[in-house]
Design a protein around this ligand. Structure first.
Ligand SMILES: *Cc1c(COP(=O)(O)O)cnc(C)c1O
Length: 442
């Protein structure tokens, strides 16, 4: 297996000592092989809720105004979220996918248009492009940061390219210093998929507010949560008008109550008043939770960097705040006696540390081929363009990232420092027992 080492860190870790085992379980036999697990307690539960959520929901319930056509709570949320994000406009939507759909329509992405996106993302980023019968063009990943590699964008540009859609994956930021000027020069709208990046910042400004539009998700797993929910933010009035109209069956933003008067086509992607109240209540917790995640993640990175073969995802220098929706690192099997990532994940889970291997390569999803060879796509794009797309749909760095990545979810970062110590302890234990770890590959 090809292993390009980073000389600086390599030199550093050889010198650094692995964290000393602090418990009996840490020095013993791997839990996956019958030993005592480092941890038995559950991880912090999610969502966190209490009186503000309860009161908000009850207020809406009793008011009888359950939707935004008669209620005012969605509007109140939009104002609060726009202000928090430093954007002029916010349009709340049914979910993050809807926010992205509204964005696609607001910047007029249509059949045959090409949209640049990273392959290391949730499927929705691609699906919203396919819904427009447009062509997703995958920009390979930066192995160190897990984000879209800005150096790979230019080579993929064609006269049909109509938008650039970076994702702030895991709550860390894509390299906006490189991507924003590039989009401006080419006259491409830049849509930020910030669905995982609530409160993340690029040079002190909230991500989502720097491109032409930014999209957020409030789905149950996200750092800001109303079960389902989403928002599009922008400071561009035309985009705000178009996105609003699209999300409300073509009704204009300025006359939202105008019954049967329309300015465009659209769909119904509206958020309910209940969700708006939940979000307003959850927002009172967001800053403290984010600070706690940040503190724990920084601690974890410090400790994990001392373990050979564990490489925490790097942040771009411009990323002045990480939302830590995911804690991501890469696993180097060579430093673990050649044991596979699958064995490592199994061992780590058995130690009581919840983990996963994250995404599989999105650009290789078999259903893409089904979509592209459909009657509609062949009519719009023709076989020559589809052939060209297939030829350039290669993301070798991302393929490697998908094989090496290990994820922890955001809720784990809401634990204590002692919880973080257990994560480190478990990984150090697995490394000490890496000869045994290979048995899990048998
Ligand atoms: C969650 C997510 C979405 C979709 O949001 P939903 O609210 O689930 O529709 C889109 N992109 C990314 C990167 C996400 O993580």
């Amino acid at each position: 297996m090809m292993m390009m080492q980073q000389p600086t860190r390599r030199a550093f870790v050889t010198a650094a000592a692995t964290a000393a085992p602090i418990s009996a379980a840490a020095s013993g036999k791997l839990a996956a092989l019958g030993g005592t697990p480092v941890r038995r307690e559950p991880w912090p539960s999610w969502p966190v809720q209490g009186a503000p959520e309860e009161e908000g929901i009850l207020k809406v319930l009793k008011s009888g105004h359950w939707g935004r056509t008669t209620g005012r709570r969605v509007e109140a949320f939009e104002q609060a979220y726009a202000q928090l994000m430093g954007a002029r406009y916010c349009i709340a939507t049914a979910n993050g996918t809807s926010a992205l759909i509204a964005a696609m329509n607001a910047v007029d992405i249509g059949p045959g248009d090409e949209v640049l996106l990273p392959p290391y993302t949730f499927v929705a980023t691609m699906n919203v492009i396919l819904l427009q019968r447009a062509l997703p063009v995958f920009v390979d990943s930066d192995l160190e940061t897990c984000q879209m590699d800005p150096r790979k964008v230019e080579a993929l540009a064609t006269p049909a390219t109509r938008a650039l859609m970076p994702v702030h994956l895991g709550g860390s930021a894509a390299d906006l210093d490189a991507l924003l000027p590039l989009a401006r020069r080419r006259n491409w709208p830049l849509i930020e998929d910030a669905c995982q990046a609530h409160l993340a910042e690029w040079r002190g400004k909230k991500v989502g507010s720097l491109g032409d539009a930014g999209c957020f998700s409030f789905q149950a797993s996200k750092n800001l949560n109303s079960g389902e929910g989403g928002a599009l933010i922008t400071s561009n009035e035309e985009i705000a008008d178009r996105a609003f109209a699209f999300h409300s069956n073509g009704r204009s933003r300025k006359a939202a109550q105008a019954g049967f008067s329309y300015v465009s086509n659209g769909a119904n992607l509206r958020l309910t008043e209940f969700q708006a109240e939940l979000l307003l209540a959850q927002m009172t917790r967001l800053e403290d939770q984010s600070k706690l995640r940040d503190r724990n993640a920084a601690y974890l990175t410090r400790k994990l960097s001392d373990i050979p073969g564990i490489r925490p995802a790097r942040m771009y220098p411009g990323c002045t705040r990480n939302a830590w929706h995911l804690y991501m690192f890469r696993y180097d099997s060579q430093a673990f006696s050649g044991a596979s990532r699958r064995a490592f994940l199994k061992a780590l889970s058995a130690e009581g540390i919840a983990c996963s291997g994250g995404y599989t390569p999105l650009n290789k999803e078999p259903f893409i081929e089904k979509v592209l060879s459909s009657r509609h796509y062949r009519k719009v794009l023709g076989d020559t363009r589809l052939k060209q797309w297939r030829e350039k749909n290669e993301c070798p760095v991302n393929d490697r990232l998908c094989q090496e990545a290990v994820w922890f979810v955001q809720t784990m970062l809401l634990g204590s420092q002692a919880d973080m110590d257990q994560i480190v302890e478990a990984i150090a234990k697995i490394r000490e027992n890496s000869q045994d770890l290979r048995k899990l590959d048998a």
